[in-house]
Each structure stands twice: as C-alpha cells, then as structure tokens.
Design a protein around this ligand. Structure first.
Ligand code: SF4
Length: 212
C-alpha cells in the first residue's frame, strides 16, 4: 500500500513524487483488472510515421470512420511533442485468449482496453496531471458504435456517444506496440493454463496514458 496519496500533486514534481505517482497509477491499473502495468520514461515509447501511415495503406476498416483513427487523430508528430513534455507514461496490458480475439467477441476485449485507458486517464487527471490522455487500440466505431450507421461526431457534428469510454487508437499515432512490449518485457504472445486443453494461447492488447 502507498503511504501517500498523490492526488493534487503539483505539476512541478520531484523524482520521489514521480515515483509515488508511478506506483499509484500502476496500482490503479491492476485494480482495474490489467494483467500488467508499468510506468516508463516517455522517450521509451517508439513512434514511427510509417506505422501510422499503414492505417490508410492497409485500408483498415476503421480509417476515416471515427474520431479515434486517422485521418482524424493528431498523429505521430503531435504525440512526439506531447511525450517530450510528459514526465512519465503509464503502459498497461491485457493478455487475451487468441481464440476470442479472432471471434466476434473481440470488440468486448477492445472495449475493455478503451475503458481502462479512459479510467486511468481520469485517475491521472485527478492526481493533478490535468492534460493526461489515454490511448487504446482499435476503432471506437467498431467497438462502441457498431449499432449506429455512422460516427455522430464525424458525420453529424454532434457529441461523442461514448466520451467516457472511447479513446484514440495508438496505431494512428505510430506507436510501435511490439517495441513497447519489448521494453517492458511483455511477450506479444503467450499461453495460460486451461482446464480442458492444458494450455491456451494468448495475445497482448496494450494501452497507455501519457501523464501530462
Ligand atoms: S460517436 Fe462513436 S464512433 Fe464517433 S467518436 Fe464517439 S465512440 Fe467513436
């Protein structure tokens, strides 16, 4: 247990304060159900323009369909600038069953990823870092608004239907998730014990909060 509550911690934080904040955010990520969480230095997040460009080049079905994906997101240059100002980044992950990831249930898993990013963003903001923002993965149109014809923000000029859950996808900012997992020692693929088959394959879903 932490012996210090970092809420309302001033922006001018010392090394010790950041350590307390890091531990607090990691603890909160686990409390929300994350399978892994760690605070890292912002310069440990590798951003690649070419990865962000893949969204259009690969004709991802999320491209241009919501506010969480290119070309609506601010992109790699913007994220690099934010990371340069940030004292730390909280990364978190879920190890999800590959079988589910390849089924129609996958949107529930991505929904959990978005909601966790949004919750941790809120926790970081309440701790005094009011410009913190969460990033997740996957298109919020597919995840939260599949029952609607189109994104209410993008095509109707209205408010987001899921402002407390939907967060931008890391892909559109060029975040190299594989590299991030390597930095953290998180395997992209693993297995968990399963009473029926013995071992069941899992894959990593990651998100982050840029604490700012
Ligand atoms: S309205 Fe739906 S599709 Fe549009 S940004 Fe919000 S969650 Fe995403």
């Amino acid at each position: 247990m932490l012996d210090q509550n970092p809420r309302n911690m001033p922006q001018e934080t010392g090394k010790q304060d950041l350590q307390v904040l890091s531990e607090y955010l990691v603890q909160q990520a686990f409390a929300l159900g994350a399978h892994g969480a760690a605070a890292i230095a912002p310069d440990q997040v590798l951003i690649q323009d070419d990865l962000a460009e893949l969204c259009a080049e690969m004709k991802c079905d999320g491209f241009g369909q919501s506010m969480s994906c290119p070309p609506q997101v601010a992109g790699p240059k913007w994220l690099r600038a934010k990371l340069a100002q940030a004292p730390l980044v909280l990364a978190f992950k879920f190890d999800v069953q590959t079988e589910i990831l390849h089924s129609s249930q996958r949107w529930d898993l991505f929904g959990l990823l978005h909601q966790t990013a949004a919750s941790l963003e809120d926790i970081a903001r309440q701790a005094g870092f009011e410009s913190s923002f969460g990033l997740a993965g996957g298109s919020c149109k597919n995840i939260f608004c599949s029952g609607h014809y189109q994104c209410q923000v993008l095509f109707e000029g209205g408010p987001c239907r899921n402002p407390d859950s939907a967060r931008p996808s890391m892909s559109g900012f060029g975040v190299n998730v594989k590299d991030l997992a390597g930095v953290l020692g998180w395997p992209m693929e693993s297995t968990v014990s399963d009473p029926t088959s013995g071992r069941m394959p899992t894959a990593l879903l990651a998100g982050m909060v840029v604490v700012l």
